[in-house]
Design a protein around this ligand. Structure first.
Ligand code: NAD
Length: 295
C-alpha cells in the first residue's frame, strides 16, 4: 500500500476533472465560470497567491479578473467595491485576498460578501451551513484535506480523529467536517489547541491525526499511534545553509521520524498545499453552476 498521500498527484487529477466539467457545462450552454479577486496593497506574498489563482483559472477555462486597490483604500471604499461584485451578474464568485491593512476590518469585509459568491467559504453563512451539513462553499484548506482523504480512499467512519489547531481557516472547519454525518466524516473528533493538556497522550490515541498548529516539526514519534494516518498542514521555511536556497520547507510533523510508524502520511511540500487551490476552483465552478444555493 502506498504510504505517501501525494497531494500533487491528487490535485492534478482534480484540476483535469474541473477542466473537463467546465468544458461540458459551457458546451451545454452554461455560463463560463468567472472568478474575481480583490487585491489590496502590494504585499509580495498576496500578489503571488493571487497570480497563481488567476493562472489556475486560465488553465481550467475560467474567466478571471483582479481588482487592485492601494493600501490606503478606506474601509468604505472597499465595501463599495465588494457591493459592485455582489451585484455584477458576470461574476460568479470572488475573494478578497487576506491579510488586509490594519485600518480595514476583515470581519466587516467578509460579512459584506454575498454568501452565494463567497467562494473562499469564510462568510458566517457558509460556515453555519457547513456546520449544519447543508450545501456550502467549504474553506480551501479543509476542503483540500477533505478531498485528499476521499481520493485516497481513507475510511474515516468511526475513527478517532485528533485535530491540533482551532483556527477559523483550518482547524475548526476540518474538525466540523470530519464530525459530520458524511463520507468522509463520521469520526469521533477531538479538537486540541494551545490550552490543551496532555496533548501527546491524546494524539497517541488518534487513528487520524491532523496537525495544523503552525510549529515546525513539532509532532514527533511520541505523538503517533502505530498505523495512524497523518495529515500535515503546516508550512514553514526552516533555515538550512546546506540547501541551495538556504532554507527547507518543513511541516508541523517531523516526517523522517514519524513516517516509519504510520500507515499513511501527507508530505510537506507536496501534500495539503497543492490541494487548497483546487478547492477554490471547485467552489467557483459550483458557483457558476448555481449548485450550492440551489433553492
Ligand atoms: P494559526 O496560528 O491561526 O492557528 C494555530 C492553532 O494551533 C491555534 O488554534 C493554536 O491554539 C494551536 N496551537 C498552537 N500551538 C499549539 C500547541 N503547542 N499545542 C496545541 N495547539 C497549539 O495557524 P493556521 O492559520 O491554522 O495555520 C496552521 C499551519 O498551517 C501554519 O503552519 C500555516 O502556515 C499552515 N497552513 C497551510 C495551508 C496549506 O495550504 N497547506 C493553509 C493554511 C495554513
Amino acid at each position: 500500500m502506498e504510504k505517501l498521500i501525494d497531494g500533487k498527484l491528487i490535485s492534478k487529477a482534480l484540476i483535469e476533472e474541473i477542466s473537463r466539467e467546465t468544458k461540458e457545462f459551457v458546451a451545454k450552454g452554461g455560463k463560463k465560470p468567472h472568478l474575481a479577486a480583490i487585491l489590496v496593497g502590494n504585499d509580495g506574498a498576496s500578489e503571488t497567491y493571487v497570480n497563481s489563482k488567476i493562472k489556475m483559472c486560465l488553465e481550467v477555462g475560467f474567466d478571471s479578473s483582479v481588482i487592485r486597490c492601494t493600501s490606503t483604500i478606506t474601509e468604505e471604499q472597499l465595501l463599495k467595491k465588494i457591493e459592485k461584485l455582489n451585484t455584477n451578474p458576470d461574476i460568479d464568485g470572488f475573494i478578497v485576498q487576506l491579510p488586509l491593512p490594519r485600518h480595514v476590518s476583515e470581519l466587516k469585509v467578509i460579512e459584506a460578501i454575498n454568501p452565494q459568491k463567497d467562494v473562499d467559504g469564510f462568510h458566517p453563512a457558509n460556515i453555519g451551513r457547513m456546520a449544519l451539513n447543508l450545501p456550502s462553499y467549504l474553506p480551501a484548506t479543509p476542503f483540500g484535506i477533505y478531498q485528499m482523504l476521499e481520493k485516497s480512499g481513507i475510511e474515516t467512519e468511526g475513527k478517532n480523529c485528533v485535530v491540533i489547531g482551532r483556527s477559523h481557516i483550518v482547524g475548526s472547519p476540518i474538525s466540523i467536517l470530519l464530525a459530520r454525518n458524511s463520507n468522509p466524516g463520521n469520526c469521533t473528533v477531538t479538537l486540541c489547541h494551545s490550552k490543551t493538556q496532555n496533548l501527546k497522550e491524546i494524539c497517541s490515541r488518534a487513528d487520524i491525526l491532523i496537525a495544523a498548529l503552525g510549529k515546525p516539526e513539532f509532532i514527533t514519534k511520541e505523538y503517533i499511534k502505530k498505523g495512524a494516518i497523518v495529515i500535515d498542514v503546516g508550512i514553514h521555511r526552516v533555515q538550512d545553509s546546506s540547501s541551495p536556497k538556504g532554507y527547507l520547507i518543513k511541516g508541523d510533523v517531523k516526517f523522517d521520524e514519524v513516517e516509519p510508524l504510520v500507515s499513511k502520511i501527507s508530505p510537506v511540500p507536496g501534500g495539503v498545499g497543492p490541494m487548497t487551490i483546487v478547492a477554490l476552483l471547485k467552489n467557483t465552478l459550483l458557483a457558476a453552476q448555481k449548485k450550492v444555493y440551489a433553492y
